[in-house]
Design a protein around this ligand. Structure first.
Ligand code: UGA
Length: 471
């Protein structure tokens, strides 16, 4: 039986905002709190601060109705049955997660509590955070029977956040009491019962065909570890395939064929076996470091994760060297750059390997014309203002008159570009593809010298001496 709950969400970043509109979509009343007044003002007008599929529609559907936005955490605490903490846990200098925002929010919640509340960690946090939150509650004088702390990690990806949230592979609730379990089961009931998927206007996604999402009930500590270990494992898969791609490149095999062969083993799976220029984003780099730190604190050496990080950094360097080998010298060379976001489908540039590479090329004296369908405004804020760097209105303008075209982000629309037009507007038809978006044989047919990741180099007939392995 569906129960409507009043839920407070603290933090309106990727996870907080998507959680807020999706809980409203499931029929709950939601109060979304953020200390950033400008952001709250924008959200009250239904304007999404991030580029995310279905977010504008859900905001329009629920803004100032089922979801309200506020800066008043005290009031939100008093009116909510459950409070989800979804504030940032950035990486501190030592590599561990900086928990000061979680600490501050937990203390403020504690000071406002007058009746039973379930406090839920939604941010990615190290194991034992739930115990710290409990301690903060008690230190602030909250009686033990007036609260529970639970962990409910989120596995959504940027770019597909709403669909991932509403059609999850699994829902993990880390609870240490029956009371906490009951609240979280009620929160997710519309998904676990399948009622949401039958609703008119439900956001379409895989769960409509593949059956209901399982709800896994674990201890709070297990749930905290599940989140860190999931991200660390996925990052490891990417670094693994990137090293294999380097072997492929050395022997002239194609990594795409190798990935397909490996991924066809049901125990391994096809996902996250795409070789490229390394992983980025606000999660993997931070979470791999944080999980390694957690292990260290427990006296456990997790050298595997140090290797994952090392391979990831080297993969960027290798791409840089590949471009150098293709162009011989850098100073004054014109590079068309396609993609600045850390992956396709998002405007997020945090820890983006594309941004790092653009910086590296600029430092070498290259002249860059860059294009990204969504991330240019954000990129302008972090890249140096320089005469050598301009932003193009589309991919063709970025490519015009360039000595080489670099593909740095896997936007689907780049794979659809008119190859004939591209080959005519580039100064030299050289494409160096860090995301393997193109078919090497087709690129050769169009007259390109085409270099991908983990693939034999393909030179066109007008460039017979071309070999990117020249020192
Ligand atoms: C990641 C996880 O996939 C989510 O499950 C998790 O909830 C999220 O972190 C988080 O902790 O908040 P996200 O950072 O949005 O999601 O991006 P991913 O799609 O995982 O991609 C991360 C990076 O890996 C990107 O730079 C992407 O280009 C790269 N990648 C991904 C590859 O290089 N190869 C692949 O096969 C897959």
């Amino acid at each position: 039986m569906k129960e409507q709950l009043t839920i407070g969400i603290v933090g309106s970043g990727y996870v907080g905002l998507v959680t807020a509109v999706c809980f409203a979509e499931l029929g709950h009343r939601v109060i979304c709190v953020d200390s950033d007044e400008k952001k709250i003002a924008l959200l009250r007008q239904g304007k999404p601060p991030i580029h995310e599929e279905y977010l504008p529609q859900l905001l329009e559907r629920h803004c100032n109705g089922a979801v309200e936005f506020t800066t008043d955490l005290k009031n939100a605490t008093q009116r909510s049955q459950a409070l989800f903490i979804a504030v940032g846990t950035p990486q501190s200098q030592a590599g561990n997660a900086d928990m000061s925002y979680v600490d501050a929010v937990a203390s403020e919640i504690a000071r406002a509590i007058t009746s039973y509340k379930l406090v839920v960690e939604k941010s990615t946090v190290p194991v034992y955070t739930n115990e710290w939150i409990s301690r903060i509650m008690v230190r602030n004088g909250v009686p033990r029977d007036l609260f529970d702390v639970a962990s409910n990690p989120e596995f959504l990806r940027e770019g597909t956040a709403v669909v991932d949230f509403l059609h999850p592979d699994r829902i993990v609730i880390g609870v240490d009491s029956g009371r906490a379990a009951d609240v979280l089961r009620a929160v997710y009931e519309p998904l676990t019962s399948g009622n949401y998927y039958k609703q008119a206007g439900a956001v379409p996604g895989p769960r409509m065909a593949s059956g209901l999402p399982p709800l896994l009930e674990t201890s709070t500590k297990a749930a905290e570890i599940i989140k860190h270990a999931s991200n660390a494992f996925l990052a490891m898969k990417i670094s693994f395939i990137n090293v294999v791609s380097n072997i492929c490149e050395a022997v002239g095999a194609d990594i795409e064929q190798v990935s397909k062969g490996i991924g066809s083993d049901g125990r391994i799976g096809h996902k996250f076996l795409k070789a490229g220029i390394g992983y980025g984003g606000s999660c993997f780099p931070k979470d791999v470091a944080a999980f390694r730190y957690v292990a260290e604190q427990m006296g456990i050496e997790f050298g595997l994760l140090s290797e994952v990080e090392k391979v990831n950094t080297e993969q960027k360097q290798r791409f840089f060297q590949k471009v150098r080998s293709a162009l011989w010298t850098f100073r004054g060379k014109r590079l068309g750059v396609l993609g600045l976001a850390f992956k396709g489908g998002t405007d997020d540039i945090r820890e983006s390997p594309a941004i790092d590479l653009v910086r590296m090329f600029l430092q070498e004296g290259c002249i860059i014309s860059a294009y990204d369908p969504a991330a240019m405004e954000k990129a302008k804020q972090v890249l140096p203002a320089s005469e050598s760097l301009s932003f193009a209105k589309d991919a063709y303008e970025a490519a015009a008159d360039a000595d080489a075209l670099l593909v740095l982000t896997d936007w689907a629309e780049f794979a659809e570009l008119d190859l004939d037009r591209l080959s005519r507007i580039l100064r030299y038809p050289v494409v160096i593809d860090g995301r393997n978006l193109f078919d090497p044989a087709l690129m050769r047919q169009y007259g390109f010298t085409y270099l991908g990741i983990g693939r034999a180099a393909g030179a066109h007939e007008k460039d017979p001496a071309f070999a990117y392995k020249l020192p």
